[in-house]
Write a protein that binds this ligand. Structure first.
Ligand SMILES: Cc1cc2nc3c(=O)[nH]c(=O)nc-3n(C[C@H](O)[C@H](O)[C@H](O)COP(=O)(O)OP(=O)(O)OC[C@H]3O[C@@H](n4cnc5c(N)ncnc54)[C@H](O)[C@@H]3O)c2cc1C
Ligand code: SF4
Ligand code: SF4
Length: 714
């Protein structure tokens, strides 16, 4: 049975003053043959009822609303069970183009045609739903892991905690004292970890496995099957989501070799000093003598081999704390604390001042230029760059080197923490510094494996307060994941999206591209090496759709057929009219909102541009670009996020993959004897809306230079 499309043309918000909306109504009725067409200045107010009545009484199953951006009024324009297509003639047309101009009118008409085509081809997504486990698995029982357990258990979820060592607490359990967390933020505090362990042990629904590790994890969010390796033998369990809180490991000793570590016995790390303090006495390792003078050094800045670009404030605070240990133990001792950067954020400023007030602690900027050992085992230091100028020479009984914190994912145990049975590999993919991020700006805690969230020092160097907060936050993400998976909806970034890709496997050539290019490891292979989707792992980005050379991957509401139908719906003026047409395939995450912002600020850009939103530039199949050019578009703008390790792409590699596919596009255009410069990739982040007119004008100029597309009219 054909679809019943209802078209609703809004005349409010200045639309009616700028466009001939009667012509839009006429176009919907006659050219597009929509059975129901209405116009109103108040569809977002009381006239929303008219649309609802059409859906309920007239059985309209596809609603096309030409009005404001889909980013506003989403709750108003929701007419279950109909499919809703929002045609943006407000921000993209009326607010950015001259009123009552023929080009403005034809822009609105093209958008309406495109929206109607999409509505005719799309169907409302049907959620994928299977029974889900309401249990959270937490790996690592340090402060972050324990906080995750407590938060999840208090929210009524069952929790299983797997800790590798025989006891809970992580590094917090090895501390002598901790830096202050309470007013007046001046005094060291007793470690709070024991109280956290007690709280956890009293909560119902919590199972703790110590001296245990993960042997294997398979499945997907909502339904992970987990094997735990224990001294007593393996244990099997099911979990809906996972929090990874495996913590940190000290930077390798050889990184600190330049400071004499391993060469001079009286050079130790801050971790070793913490151990000595916890055992009750800080002494020189060479002869067990109590120390009277101590040098504490933070790394010497970016030039230093020991410098970690992501170090943060923990090492500064640890050094301040350890200066206090030394002064408390020996009130006559002198401590020299040398640093390139001292970071005591927020209320820790009070703690910094407290240490600064101590006459026995000399805090100074300074870079160690040379060092050695004297005959009685003392350490000789020469520092430069201090505020007093010139070289400063020091002799200390003990030199303490600040220990950089690397994520446990890089540790000797790293390649065996989760042991995922995933085609793309057993561990979480990591970013440049070994951290398992997915999108560190927009989605902290997310990793590149859906349903697995990282927290605490495995995510970035942080102190105990931040780790506890992190663990609780990651637990909430895990809970959100369980809830969304049970509703068959995506967790992020397309929160609530019910669509997912389907594969017309009869035509699959088993090339494996989709399984390799999926950034989230959502696809496995069947016995014929064809893709099998783990729906709850899928983030609905459409990158597999962009990758498939035989175009057999589609979503109910997003497909190559739909996009190419929209491209074909655009009226292309012939070359004598001198009205170029540019297609912009714009990423929904950043470029589309930036285009809306441009409209909102009434910035005018080329009326030749026809925008089609895409889930991610990675979902753009090169066939679409070839389609657009062979249809007669004079230029194509591919508007998406910045690629790279400091990525902006919400789907990790989408914009990078598109750039790779551009080689194919250029080849195709060359074969058609068309200038490949007609197709331009444009980086547009959400905050760069001001640059949009300029960027599009540059493409206009290219088009003007190379002339109209010779394929027009074919
Ligand atoms: C010298 C020093 C002193 C410090 N002093 C302070 C201080 O005074 N105050 C403060 O706020 N912060 C301090 N910190 C920082 C503090 O140690 C961290 O904030 C804290 O350890 C982070 O907690 P976490 O739970 O993320 O990691 P961790 O404490 O490292 O805990 C991780 C847990 O995961 C477990 N684990 C690892 N791998 C696996 C696996 N494969 N399977 C199962 N379990 C696994 C580990 O055994 C461990 O129990 C200090 C840091 C240093 C280096
Ligand atoms: S839509 Fe994205 S996450 Fe889902 S299978 Fe395809 S590439 Fe993977
Ligand atoms: S990319 Fe397409 S043809 Fe290749 S394996 Fe995947 S579905 Fe099959």
């Amino acid at each position: 049975m054909g679809k019943k499309v209802g078209v609703y043309v809004c005349t409010g918000c200045g639309i009616g003053d700028c466009l001939d909306t009667r012509k839009l109504v006429e176009l919907a009725e006659t050219e597009c043959r929509a059975p129901v067409v209405r116009s109103s200045s108040a569809f977002c107010l009381e006239d929303a009822r008219l649309i609802r009545d059409d859906v309920e009484q007239q059985r309209v199953d596809s609603v096309v609303i030409a009005g404001c951006s889909s980013r506003v009024n989403a709750e108003v324009f929701f007419f279950k069970p109909a499919f809703v297509e929002r045609v943006n003639i407000r921000e993209r047309v009326t607010w950015g183009q001259p009123a009552n101009d023929p080009e403005t009118q034809s822009l609105a008409e093209d958008y309406l045609r495109m929206g109607i085509v999409r509505a005719q081809k799309a169907a409302p997504p049907v959620p994928y739903q299977e029974a889900t486990e309401r249990r959270v698995l937490v790996v690592g029982g340090g402060m972050a892991g324990m906080a995750a357990v407590i938060a999840a258990a208090k929210a009524g979820f069952e929790v299983v905690l797997v800790e590798r060592s025989p006891r809970l607490g992580g590094f917090a359990a090895r501390l002598h004292r901790q830096f202050p967390k309470h007013p007046p933020y001046r005094d060291l505090e007793a470690p709070a970890v024991a109280a956290t362990i007690r709280e956890l042990e009293q909560l119902p629904g919590v199972t703790v496995f110590t001296s245990s590790e993960i042997e294997q994890i398979e499945g997907q969010p909502g339904r992970f099957s987990v094997l735990v390796r224990r001294e007593e033998g393996s244990a099997e369990l099911r979990a809906g989501a996972i929090v990874l809180a495996a913590g940190w490991m000290p930077v390798e000793a050889d990184v600190l070799a330049g400071y004499g570590l391993g060469r001079y016995p009286n050079v130790v790390t801050s971790v070793a000093l913490e151990e000595m303090a916890a055992q009750g006495r800080i002494v020189r390792p060479s002869d067990g003598r109590e120390v009277q003078s101590v040098g504490l050094i933070l790394c010497d800045g970016p030039e230093d081999a020991a410098h970690l670009p992501y170090g943060g404030s923990v090492s500064s605070l640890v050094a301040l704390k350890q200066a206090m240990y030394l002064r408390e133990q020996a009130p006559s001792a002198t401590v020299y604390l040398l640093y390139e950067d001292m970071q005591a954020p927020g209320l820790y400023e009070y703690f910094y001042r407290r240490v600064q007030e101590d006459p026995g602690v000399l805090l100074s900027r300074g870079v160690v230029r040379s060092m050695g050992e004297d005959s009685d085992g003392g350490i000789l230091l020469e520092a430069e760059g201090t505020p007093i100028g010139g070289a400063v020479r020091l002799k200390v009984d003990l030199l303490v080197l600040s220990t950089g914190m690397r994520p446990a994912t890089l540790g000797p145990n790293g390649p065996g923490i989760l042991n995922l049975r995933y085609l793309q590999g057993g561990e979480l993919p990591t970013s440049a510094f070994g951290y398992p991020d997915s999108h560190y700006i927009c989605f902290p805690y997310e990793t590149q494996r859906t349903g697995i969230y990282s927290a605490g020092a495995v995510r970035k160097p942080m102190d105990l307060a931040a780790s506890a907060q992190d663990g609780a936050a990651a637990a909430l993400k895990a809970i959100q994941c369980i809830e969304k998976s049970s509703a068959g909806a995506a967790v992020h970034p397309r929160v609530g999206d019910l669509s997912y890709p389907t594969f017309f496997l009869q035509k699959c050539t088993s090339c494996g591209r989709c399984t390799q290019e999926c950034p989230f490891g959502a696809l496995e292979l069947d016995e014929k090496k064809r893709p099998v989707l783990n729906t709850n792992r899928c983030r609905r980005c459409g990158i597999c759709m962009g990758a498939c050379p035989v175009q057999i991957i589609s979503f109910n509401d997003y497909s190559i057929d739909m996009l190419s139908g929209m491209i074909k719906a655009v009226g292309i003026p012939d070359e004598f009219e001198e009205k170029p047409r540019i297609l912009a395939l714009a990423c929904e995450n950043d470029a589309c909102p930036a285009l809306d912002m441009a409209g909102l600020r009434r910035l005018q850009y080329s009326a030749a541009v026809r925008v089609i939103p895409v889930r991610c530039l990675g979902s753009v199949n090169s066939i679409l670009i070839a389609d657009a050019v062979s249809r007669g578009f004079d230029g194509v703008a591919l508007m998406g996020c910045r690629p790279g390790d400091d990525y902006q792409c919400h789907f990790i590699r989408g914009s990078e993959l598109l750039r790779r596919r551009m080689d194919n596009v250029r080849e195709t255009l060359d074969q058609l004897a068309l200038e490949s410069e007609r197709v331009q990739v444009m980086e547009v982040t959400i905050s760069e809306w001001e640059q949009i007119p300029q960027k599009l004008a540059e493409l206009d100029e290219i088009v003007a230079r190379v002339g109209p597309n010779p394929m027009k009219g074919f």
